[in-house]
Ligand binder design. Structure first.
Ligand code: GLP
Length: 244
C-alpha cells in the first residue's frame, strides 16, 4: 500500500492495530503485538498515543514483544530499545508494563541461549504474535536479522554488519560506540506471526523495497523471505515506492 507520506501510512497501520485491539477486547482476549524500533515506527507510535488520548483506545489487553535489542546495553542507556519503547509508547498508554517484553541487553553472556529460548517460549505461551510490525534496514534486514539469516532462525545473539552499525551510528557518539552484537527474534520467529505489516519511508529505502517485493526470495535480502508469508502488507510512502 502506497501513501503520500509517512504520516498517512502510519495512520493506516495504527488503524489496523486499533481494530485488532478492539476486536480482541470484544472477545476478552489478549492482543499480541510484535513491535519494532528505529526511526520508522516513531510516527506510528505517535498516532497510537493520539488514539489512546483522544479516542480512548485502551492497551490493557495488549501483550507486546519487541524484535530486538543491542548487546550489551544497559536498559536505561539513551540508545537502548527499552528506553526507546518507554519513551515512544509504553509510558504514554495504559499498557501493563508486565506485558512489555524486550530482549534483555544486560543478560550475562553464558545465559544468552537460555534467555533467547525463554523469549521464544514466552511468545508461544502468549498464543503467538497476532500482528508483527517491522521496519527494514537499507541492506534488507528485519529486526537485526542481517543478510545471510535463514528462514529457520529463532531468537538469538547475532553480529551486526558494519553497514548497519554505520546506519545506526547517529544514535551514538561515533561508530566505534555502536555495539557489535544484538539479540534479535529470528526470521523463523517473525514469519510465525499471523499478520505482518512492514513500514518504510523515504528514498533511501526505495532500492531495498524493490528487491524485497519484486526480487527473488533470498537470504541475501532478509525482508524478501516475507514473500513466504500469506498475510504481509508493505506500507510505504511514495519515495520508498519509487523503484517499484
Ligand atoms: C534498526 C532496527 C530494525 C529497523 C531498522 C531500520 O537497526 N533493528 O528493527 O527496522 O534498523 O531502522 P530505521 O527505521 O531507523 O531506518
Amino acid at each position: 500500500k502506497i501513501f503520500t507520506n509517512a504520516k498517512q501510512g502510519s495512520a493506516y497501520a495504527a488503524q489496523q492495530i486499533a481494530e485488532l485491539i478492539r476486536e480482541k477486547q470484544a472477545k476478552n482476549e489478549p492482543c499480541v503485538l510484535g513491535l519494532a524500533t528505529g526511526s520508522t515506527p516513531k510516527s506510528l507510535y505517535a498516532e497510537l498515543v493520539r488514539l489512546h488520548k483522544e479516542e480512548g483506545l485502551s492497551f490493557k489487553n495488549v501483550v507486546a514483544f519487541n524484535l530486538d535489542e543491542y548487546y550489551p546495553i544497559e536498559r536505561d542507556a539513551i540508545q537502548s530499545y527499552h528506553r526507546f519503547m518507554k519513551q515512544q509508547l509504553f509510558d504514554k498508554v495504559d499498557i501493563d508494563q508486565n506485558n512489555c517484553h524486550i530482549p534483555d541487553g544486560t543478560t550475562a553472556k553464558e545465559e544468552i541461549k537460555q534467555h533467547c529460548a525463554a523469549y521464544e517460549q514466552k511468545i508461544a505461551d502468549a498464543g503467538g504474535i497476532d500482528l508483527q510490525i517491522l521496519g527494514i534496514g537499507v541492506n534488507g534486514h528485519i529486526g537485526f536479522n542481517e543478510p545471510g539469516s535463514s528462514i529457520f532462525t529463532k531468537t538469538r545473539l547475532t553480529t551486526l554488519t558494519n553497514s548497519t552499525r554505520l546506519a545506526n551510528s547517529y544514535e551514538f557518539a561515533n561508530i566505534s560506540a555502536v555495539p557489535r552484537l544484538a539479540i534479535t527474534m529470528g526470521i523463523g520467529t517473525i514469519i510465525k506471526a499471523k499478520k505482518i505489516i512492514l513500514l518504510a519511508w523515504g528514498s533511501t529505502k526505495a532500492p531495498v523495497i524493490r528487491e524485497a517485493v519484486e526480487g527473488d526470495d533470498t537470504e541475501h535480502v532478509p525482508a524478501s523471505l516475507l514473500q513466504n508469508h500469506d498475510d504481509v502488507t508493505f506500507v510505504v510512502d511514495e519515495a520508498a515506492a519509487a523503484e517499484l
